[in-house]
Design a protein around this ligand. Structure first.
Ligand code: FNR
Length: 342
């Protein structure tokens, strides 16, 4: 099967498989504040990941690698949405365009549509330094995402089977590439130990890409005769991953993602330690079912609602929202107790 066909399959399965709210964020409760001593007009939602300033904590996460017309069409739509809402956005894996120059236009369109926006390039951890530099140059990107997707590869019949030396390649890329590097998971979460290893080789931003949203084990299993079902509920939930990484690893910029759909999901992710939140499957599903305008409207609503939630809590900035007290129950509480997170 061609790379482009495989990626289009992903899009259709991602929408069908849907999002089942298994991210653990429903185990998190804010503590109501009857005296917030602030107003909606005082709330600011601009934020910072590493050295990058973002006007919103919401960004469009990586989708649609593979090249081809479908990739170009979706990339163009998301670039227009990002431009309109002043959101950062990531493209999907650029490996197709690194291997075949004819595919470059389906990614370059993102910069053409959004000349001054914050754009993240994207490659897997198999990438070399040269490929990483090429991916960044292709988009005049402001940052580079390196994705880690061991489980997806194992479930894919044509996937990789050897995961040695990823950390060493990441270390070289961080050293040689001039833009900030974001190491991301794709829906299986990151442990504090994995993030500590990334920090030790110089990574300053991670996207924990937690379990509970788009599920690449389920997506890949639907495409194959022999099923690896045991990976379908494998992973660290978004809530648990955010809590353990923010408590155990000092000085990292953390992005929360994995099943984020609502303004409350965004607020809770930030209160668990995230500086920004990435949304992929949810935006893709709205785009495919209802079109570009519907995504633009949804983003405006998310921004307004987030401002209201922050006003209710008395948090006038993202930094203050990160400090809000929380009560944690259910499976997330059990996980964090056993992982020594208070
Ligand atoms: C993705 N994702 C992804 N990530 C990445 O780093 N490179 C890629 O090429 C892709 N491709 C891709 C295609 C499609 C159709 C989807 C839905 C997702 C993963 C994505 O960025 C994100 O990490 C996960 O989807 C989890 O977030 P959501 O979807 O639960 O918000």
């Amino acid at each position: 099967m061609s790379r482009a066909k495989r990626k289009i399959d992903h899009i259709h399965h991602a929408i069908q498989t849907g999002q089942h709210r298994l991210h653990g964020l429903d185990d998190i409760r804010f503590v109501h504040n009857s005296l917030p001593n602030t107003g909606v007009q005082d709330v600011h939602i601009d934020t910072k990941i590493g050295e990058l300033l973002l006007s919103s904590p919401i960004f469009i996460n990586a989708m649609t690698g593979g090249g081809g017309q479908e990739t170009e069409r979706i990339n163009r739509s998301f670039a227009q949405i990002a431009h309109h809402g002043q959101l950062a956005m990531a493209v999907g894996s650029q490996m197709a365009a690194i291997k075949d120059e004819k595919e470059e236009q389906s990614y370059r369109v993102v910069r053409q549509e959004n000349p001054n926006g914050i754009i993240f390039a994207n490659l897997g951890s198999e990438a070399t330094v040269e490929q990483a530099k090429k991916a960044v140059d292709m988009l005049e990107a402001n940052g580079l995402q390196i994705h880690l997707n061991v489980i997806q590869e194992l479930v894919m019949p044509e996937g990789d089977r050897d995961f040695t030396d990823a950390l060493r390649r990441i270390e070289r890329i961080v050293r040689e590439v001039t833009v900030p590097v974001i190491v991301k998971e794709v829906g299986f979460g990151m442990s504090a130990q994995a993030v500590q290893k990334l920090k030790d080789v110089g990574v300053e931003i991670v996207d924990i890409g937690g379990y509970g949203g788009t599920n690449f084990s389920k997506i890949e299993n639907e495409r194959r005769a022999k099923h690896f079902h045991f990976f379908n509920d494998w992973g660290i939930s978004t809530a648990a991953s955010l809590a353990e990484v923010s408590q155990h690893v000092e000085g990292m910029s953390i992005i929360g993602s994995g099943g984020i759909q609502t303004s409350m999901d965004i607020a809770k992710s930030i209160a668990l330690g995230a500086s920004a939140t990435g949304m992929a499957g949810y935006f893709l599903s709205i785009l495919m079912k209802s079109g570009l305008e519907a995504v633009v409207e949804e983003i405006a609503e998310l921004h307004e609602e987030l401002t209201f939630i922050m006003a209710a809590l008395g948090a006038t900035s993202i930094a203050k929202l990160q400090q809000m007290p929380l009560v944690i129950t259910g499976d997330t509480h059990s996980w964090l107790t056993q992982r020594n997170v208070s």
